[in-house]
Design a protein around this ligand. Sequence first.
Ligand code: AP5
Length: 216
Amino acid sequence: MNIIIVGPPGAGKGTQAKLICNEYNLTQLSTGDILRENYRQGTMLGKEAAKYWSVGGLVPDDIMINLIRQEMKKPVPGNGYIFDGFPRTVAQALSLRDIFDELTLSLTAVIVLDVDFNELIKRLSARRTCTKCGKTYHMMFNPPKVEGICDLDNEPLCQREDDKPAAIENRLKVFKDQTLPLEKFFEDEGKAQHVPGMLGIDEVYAHIKNILDKCK
Ligand code: AP5
């Protein structure tokens, strides 16, 4: 089973990808998480990519396609992949199709999370992330048990650099210009399955599960 989850910044891709991963035993390929981890480790890729993501822009396609190609060469456990944050442009989708052909994989479904822009701003500006394990919270909708502290490892929570107002504004503009055409691409391919992402986390997941159970 190979699933792509698409949606604007803050739509809940990462939140839902983790739930899907656990239930269907998939490997999550979150390009945002991989880039942030590279940055923390001080790699060349991490430093180069941070020039783009820290201000809300997209990292160039060639860097991202190469990154995914390398990740997919690694042996992984489980029943397939969930792609969270990749592809994000039509060029990336076309390259992913080539990689699938090379590896004789097939695409099971593309989940598209639909969320209004006003709601996205609320979600992003109050998101907090664990500095150690990367688990995300929302100060109102999904708070930790103890304010400012991760439930899993008691480490402090922080705000992502690109969740500050100027970067959020840029990310939403970039989404409209560069990622919305990707949704149309998957619709034309008959793969896009729209899910009402404005609902609560569990309700959104129930919609996704309903779709994925039919694909098993
Ligand atoms: P990435 O980390 O992928 O950022 P993003 O796409 O902007 O998505 P987010 O992680 O911000 O949000 P999400 O949809 O995962 O929502 P979440 O579940 O956290 O990428 C970061 C950057 O890396 C990009 O801007 C780009 O520069 C670069 N990059 C990455 N991939 C790239 C690529 N392929 N090409 C080029 N550049 C690339 O939820 C958000 C908040 O809302 C949380 O607080 C959560 O608790 C809360 N929440 C979630 N669901 C709900 C709900 N249903 N109701 C209420 N609250 C909810």
